[in-house]
Design a protein around this ligand. Structure first.
Ligand SMILES: [Zn+2]
Ligand SMILES: [Zn+2]
Length: 250
């Protein structure tokens, strides 16, 4: 079982419940750690606002005082939103978070018309009509650059909405100590790709991606995959143990 859930949403993006509710659920299901990771700032309609960063930190600090039995991490699910692998946070904003998880989401304000066409439209078109080798490499490069930036701790739901060459992404993740998520709502990698991640030696993290407090710690979807493929539990950083995030060491 997992000891920490590092991907949960609240009303600060499109989760149904408050930070305090997610934390109470984490205690109830016996987690030692929980991260609050609402959507990054450029997520259309659901993204956090810059001022939320300070509001949320205050609530988390207060809730932490009242709930010593679980460690609460303040995180964000940033958007990888350009071909250069940029995420939608300024360096000064990144400093506020204990953990930064990042992935591709369709409904995000692009940085430029060029990114809109080359990144978002290309992803949507490829999802509908198939991926060319060139497109997969472009998306892979974006993910690898995001990992190499040193700004992120976790890649969320890899290959959801944007196909990459998992082998290259996993190699970068291993080299830079970034964890690859097995997501509680959906695992978008094929069995072969999951086994490739394991063979390369990149580490997995298993998270719920809860959008309501009742789903905090709920990982039956990835657990079924782990059991079916008999993945090495030692390779899963929050399985019967707590992960060490790069950012927390600072
Ligand atoms: Zn997501
Ligand atoms: Zn999410």
């Amino acid at each position: 079982m997992i000891l920490g859930d590092y991907h949960t949403h609240t009303v600060f993006s499109h989760g149904k419940n408050k930070i305090e509710d997610n934390v109470a659920s984490a205690v109830k299901v016996g987690l030692k750690e929980v991260a609050i990771t609402d959507h990054g700032l450029r997520h259309v309609a659901f993204g956090m606002r810059p001022c939320d960063i300070f509001k949320m930190r205050k609530i988390i600090d207060k809730t932490q005082e009242e709930t010593p039995e679980v460690k609460i991490l303040f995180g964000v699910e940033a958007n990888i939103y350009t071909s250069d692998g940029d995420i939608d946070l300024k360096p000064c904003q990144m400093e506020n978070f204990d953990v930064i998880i990042a992935g591709f989401h369709k409904i995000v304000w692009p940085r430029s018309p060029k990114d809109m066409v080359n990144f978002f439209w290309r992803a949507q078109w490829s999802e509908n009509f198939g991926y060319s080798k060139n497109t997969v490499q472009k998306f892979t490069d974006a993910y690898v650059k995001a990992i190499k930036s040193g700004n992120i701790d976790v890649i969320t739901h890899l290959n959801y909405g944007m196909k990459t060459d998992v082998k290259q992404v996993a190699q970068a993740a291993k080299d830079y100590g970034v964890f690859i998520e097995l997501n509680g709502k959906r695992v978008s990698m094929t069995d072969e790709e999951i086994l490739t991640v394991q063979d390369i030696g990149a580490k997995f993290i298993v998270n719920s991606d809860a959008h309501s407090c009742g789903r905090v710690g709920e990982i039956s979807v990835p657990t079924a995959v782990i059991e079916r493929l008999d993945l090495n539990r030692d390779n899963i950083v929050n399985w019967d143990k707590l992960p060490e995030f790069k950012r927390r060491k600072k």
